[in-house]
Design a protein around this ligand. Structure first.
Ligand code: SF4
Length: 529
């Protein structure tokens, strides 16, 4: 058995295919050499697998080493996998201490001294690994042996990095979200975000990138997630990429296509709008980070955002395009209290996005937020390092918000209760109205998981008719319409005797499975780890 290099990571779900691993794989020949390229293989796992199971598979991939053979495991470490990855490495080293373990990824690029996974590994590459990992492997196999355990990753020009897309397999193309990137980095400096360290954005050669996209499309890829932090930074490039997809849609209008981009909200010039407006429904999804609408909080986190332009652009997108708009707010930013967050939520909700993802501030290693002292702020010491309290928010408020966010996902972001939501959010403040429901739901059900659509229908009926004292017939009518429209086929208690027959329901709406799959795909793409 010759030298072996196994590139591995633990994804959050099978549907997420690792782009980072494929970059390392693609650059092995150029920077490691043809011999190492031939010994390298890629193994992806999910965090649902047991650590021993993963180690067993890694050992099978490595095979039995003969004297002089070098065996290397390169592991991508992220916030969602650092705990099980640590167990994997500790087990692997206990069984085969001679295997060289090389770590990389954002979770091991900062604050290395405090991490057990770093102690257990042989080498750590911080920052970009595209060419530093192959070079390190070359040194381990052919010498000279590296002198340092921690190796700062080289950051070459993007022209010097081989693109990874041919390492997506046919199974990846058919079953997984394909991550692609036309650019790296971000010129903005929001202090909670790792991209704040980039200070600028770099673009891949657009013609070469479009040729790779064309090859993926021709091989059958139809679900693309652009990981560019700011897709609409260079408008000419954005338009060329959108035109690429429009030309595919024109050639094959019957074929499904789904493309996800992250946009900055205050930059949408007319020519970009006109391009966006030509897409049919179901193709484009835009993730638009709003984070906070409080100008003082924006200033505290060094975030620049033009509120007037943001509002105008969101309103334009909801009325003049078919794009699905997924917006984000973050709870717990410095200086933001419950009332200020509620005002921001109400304002954003009034602009009409399809979804508002309610996130909780996390202390990500290396970010300016993690480095700067923020009196009164406390975070979990373990992943996901979520905020526990701030000088403006108590622990109880943070916990209430976490429950509220979960219920918001189930009731609002799920898209299952659009008519009922209009009743639920009536009043002067949509946020206050939903918070009241969330408080009642928690007190009566004492759980945030395992709530079926039928349980939610009954809970909404009870809450709206008894607590809010709306007319039961009006509430039932909205719930009936939502429930039948969702394609669900069961029979919630509050709707018994009012539901159409199963046969009639089958004719009225697509099966639950089809709707559920479309929703799942949208969410899987957004809720990328
Ligand atoms: S939050 Fe968005 S705009 Fe701000 S630094 Fe991060 S990627 Fe850039």
């Amino acid at each position: 058995m010759p030298h072996r290099i196994v590139l591995a990571t633990l994804n959050a779900k099978f549907i997420h295919a690792s782009l980072g691993l494929r970059y390392l794989r693609a650059n092995m020949e150029r920077y490691g050499g043809a011999d190492l390229d031939a010994f390298t293989e890629l193994r992806e796992f999910t965090i649902q697998r047991t650590p021993q199971d993963i180690v067993d598979e890694l050992l099978r991939a490595l095979g039995t080493a003969q004297a002089g053979d070098v065996q290397i495991v390169g592991l991508g470490v992220y916030i969602w996998n650092v705990v099980p990855s640590t167990q994997v490495i500790e087990l692997l080293k206990a069984q085969r201490p001679e295997v060289r373990v090389v770590l990389g990824g954002p979770e091991v690029s900062h604050e290395l001294g405090s991490q057990p996974i770093v102690d257990a590994a042989d080498y750590v590459i911080t920052g970009w690994g595209d060419i530093s990992f192959p070079k390190l492997c070359r040194a381990l196999v052919h010498g000279p042996q590296p002198l340092m355990k921690v190796i700062p990753g080289e950051q070459p020009s993007l022209d010097d990095i081989a693109m990874p897309y041919h390492h997506y397999s046919d199974v990846d193309l058919a079953q997984r979200v394909l991550y692609v990137e036309a650019s790296r980095g971000c010129p903005f400096k929001c202090e909670f975000c790792l991209s704040a360290l980039d200070k600028t954005a770099w673009a891949f050669d657009l013609d070469a990138f479009l040729a790779e996209l064309a090859s993926l499309y021709d091989r059958g890829a139809r679900t693309f997630k652009f990981v560019d932090r700011t897709f609409n930074l260079k408008i000419d490039a954005s338009i060329q990429i959108l035109e690429f997809f429009l030309s595919r849609l024109a050639a094959r209008p019957q074929e499904p296509l789904f493309v996800h981009f992250e946009l900055v909200p205050d930059q949408l010039p007319e020519r970009l709008k006109s391009c966006i407006s030509r897409f049919p429904a179901g193709v484009l999804q835009f993730e638009i980070g709003i984070q906070t609408l409080n100008p003082e909080v924006q200033q505290a986190i060094s975030r620049r955002q033009d509120a007037a332009k943001t509002e105008a652009n969101l309103r334009w997108l909801t009325t003049h395009s078919h794009a699905h708009l997924h917006t984000d707010l973050i709870f717990g930013l410095p200086g933001e209290d419950w009332q200020s967050f509620a005002r921001g939520f109400d304002t954003l909700w009034s602009w009409g996005p399809h979804e508002i993802q309610l996130g909780v501030l996390k202390r990500l290693r290396g970010t300016p937020l993690a480095v700067k002292a923020h009196p009164g702020m406390a975070f979990q010491s373990e992943p996901p390092y979520a905020i526990l309290q701030t000088d403006a928010l108590s622990t109880e408020e943070v916990q209430s918000f976490i429950r509220l966010a979960r219920y918001w996902d189930l009731v609002a972001n799920s898209g299952r209760f659009s008519q009922t939501l209009d009743l639920l959010l009536q009043g002067t403040s949509a946020f206050v109205a939903f918070a009241s429901f969330a408080h009642w739901l928690w007190c009566t059900h004492e759980r945030t998981s395992g709530l079926t659509p039928e349980m939610l229908v009954d809970a909404l009926f009870t809450y709206l008719s008894e607590q809010r004292q709306l007319a039961p017939a009006q509430v039932r009518s909205a719930l009936l319409s939502d429930y039948v429209g969702s394609g669900a086929r069961a029979s919630p208690h509050s709707l018994r005797g009012h539901l159409p027959s199963r046969r009639a329901r089958a004719l009225l709406s697509p099966p639950e499975g089809a709707r559920h799959t479309a929703r799942q795909k949208r969410h899987a793409v957004v809720l990328n780890p």
